[in-house]
Design a protein around this ligand. Sequence first.
Ligand code: FNR
Length: 182
Amino acid sequence: MKWVVLVGSVRKGSYNAALAGALADLAPEGVELEILPSIAQMPIYDGDIEAEGFPAPVTASGEKVSGADAIVIVTPEYNYSVPGGLKNALDWLSRLKPQPLKGKPTLLMSASPSTMGGARAQYHLRQVLVALDAAVMNVPEVMVAQANTKITDGVLTDQGTKDFVKKQLAAFHTFAGRAAAG
Ligand code: FNR
């Protein structure tokens, strides 16, 4: 199975990028993971740009999502919601035909230094993904709270978090496998 990973932060020292980077070691055997190009490469959505042709970073990410069996979105929470850059990337992807997230098995994760772990962003993200008709797995949820105590120098070090993420990825493997079987 091939899964792509979309990261909602573009910061070098991002906790969410670190979490995304940890997934390859925690995913079930036989899963190949690819981190998608940075969302920073996409311009702000503009219908005039779209009319002239989709920017290359949009089509490139869209093709990778379309070609994957599943997508994992790992994101911070900004002001109780989805970071603008991630929403922008999803807005661009939603304009492609065929729309790459339609029916795609989708997994959400978030990390934050706060005690909420990005929960509010995940629930807003779920609403956006309804519009895209993505097949989002409901449970188990992963919200890495107090991420600054669990991720050190870009590495997920907390064993409890690793164990829980591993369980979520195993459940998602089953979920995505069922979708693939129809
Ligand atoms: C934040 N942060 C934040 N955290 C949170 O749990 N809930 C929130 O509503 C917000 N709001 C927010 C707004 C803005 C504009 C910024 C820049 C930050 C803190 C945020 O979780 C923290 O900076 C993370 O470290 C960002 O994720 P990365 O870049 O480490 O992946």
